[in-house]
Design a protein around this ligand. Structure first.
Ligand code: ZN
Length: 225
């Protein structure tokens, strides 16, 4: 088996980041949200992507008023698109070589308090979800060992305590269902990234927290500034 690892920030490979909201029932429940009947999609810009060695505990997003917000973590399975996908069925995606050309774990960082304010007003979430550094990606690895992605397990440990555990079998929409649904909403291009939604256990990042992300045999560690 060969495993290739690349920097997540390699501009040659970086497109838009399509994120999926509420793809695990237990996470929807912990935030008091309804379970969606179609995937909830939002996009982070390429400017939001950083490697896992750049985690921060608070974010000043409202510069004129100098308001600092706590940063919350959401650990998610992430895949990188390797072939153009437009209005593609699940079967078509499975038959497309390099449809998924890399996989890793990421943190969908969120200013939860600001997001709640925006949601209450019916406003878009970008101010709470798209700031620089809000898409944290571990190095990419070869997707081949994950077969059809229906039985992938991953974990986030904070200060050695198991904090989030994702099991793709518990996704409300499977990875291939997501890719197909997304490809009907807008084109996916090589270099685009999909964040597949977070399991339950989300919370606040604190300065000095030590994070370990585990995906199968792969493991990455970092510390929050
Ligand atoms: Zn998320």
């Amino acid at each position: 088996m060969t495993t290739s690892i690349e920097s997540p920030c390699n501009a040659k490979y970086l497109g838009k980041v399509v994120c999926v909201g509420r793809n695990y029932a237990a996470h929807a429940a912990e935030l008091g949200n309804e379970i969606p009947t179609r995937p909830i999609l939002f996009i982070k810009p390429a400017s939001s992507v950083v490697g896992i060695d750049s985690l921060i505990a608070s974010q000043v997003i409202d510069v004129p008023r100098d308001t600092a917000y706590e940063v919350h973590y959401e650990a998610e399975l992430c895949v990188r698109i390797g072939a153009p996908l437009k209005a593609a069925s699940i079967d078509a995606i499975k038959e497309t070589p390099k449809a998924i050309d890399a996989v890793t774990l990421g943190l969908d960082l969120t200013l939860r308090e600001l997001q709640s304010e925006l949601k209450a007003k019916g406003h878009p979430w970008e101010r709470a979800k798209c700031f620089d550094g809000s898409c944290v990606l571990a190095p990419w690895v070869d997707p081949e060992v994950f077969a059809d992605f229906s039985a992938v397990n991953y974990q986030l440990y904070i200060n050695e305590k198991l904090t989030q555990e994702g099991k793709t079998e518990l996704m409300l929409f499977s990875l291939y269902e997501l890719l197909s649904e997304i490809s009907y909403a807008f084109s996916l291009q090589p270099g685009d990234v999909i964040m597949t939604g977070t399991p339950s256990g989300v919370g606040v990042l604190k300065a000095g927290d030590r994070l370990t992300l585990k995906l199968g045999e792969h493991q990455w560690q970092t510390e929050v500034e």
